[in-house]
Design a protein around this ligand. Sequence first.
Ligand SMILES: [Zn+2]
Length: 312
Amino acid sequence: MPHVMTVLGPVDPSVLGFTLPHEHTQIALWQIPGRYDYWELTRDEPVILDELRLFREAGGTALADLTLPGVGRDPVWLAAIARASGLHVVMGGGWYRNPYYPPEARIDRRMTDELAEELVAEATVGVGETGVRIGILGEIGTDKPWVSPAEERVFRAVARASRRTGLAISTHAAQSPVGALQMDILEEEGVDPGRVVIGHSDSYPRLDHYLGLLRRGASIEFDFLGMAFEPTERHGEARVVDLLLELLARGYGDRILLSQDVCHNSQLRRYEGNGYTYLQTAFLPRLRERGVSEADVARLTVENPRRLLTIA
Ligand SMILES: [Zn+2]
């Protein structure tokens, strides 16, 4: 039976309404060598639950938390968050990007198939002793505009796990056309491109790049929406909206996903950020003003993420 694998078990895909396909409910990104800031979305249950309540009140029903081992993934935390928030929460699996690979994953020492085997086990049995299963592979990243040897191994392992489990793959491809290289590897491994989402596409707003990925059958994800860390993010939305409208006009509405990638405390409403509700409160109204139909809004925010998370 087709289903969505949430942290509380499988559910019928039809229960997923408005869904955020790329978020975090806690993540720490500062603990690697050479990083001296304290970038994190603090693991603070009452604060996060309050933010998620606002998302639910605005019509949200589900989210995928793509925090991976090495930056704080915790199945028990996610199960508690899902229970307390009433949201359907899907947990990601795999490894993030080279500087964040946890030493215990031994990415450089294990063969690709062994890594794939671990992911298949997480999809079928669960993570460790928790019994909590992953429902998507991601976010699987490249740290730079190229693919490191270890990252290539991870991409191949993830591809093989996707082929065996049917799980979709969601990538981290920031500020460069590296998503095309990620696709090269996934295609070479025989992954169904319909199960691939190239993430952070809005951080590289180029129509040709988008069309290249879409023509290969992948989906693209605008998931930095509402971010305001960089000037390009603070002032770049008009261009992203123009590109999105162009892609809708060209008939690609079924291959675009939207999210906000909340990964820092400053993004929370409590701290004057947009929280998990930027799409509902700001971005979608802007699309509607530009003439985007309710059918297209539903495609972008309900149908596409549901299809992505549905395991055949
Ligand atoms: Zn992310």
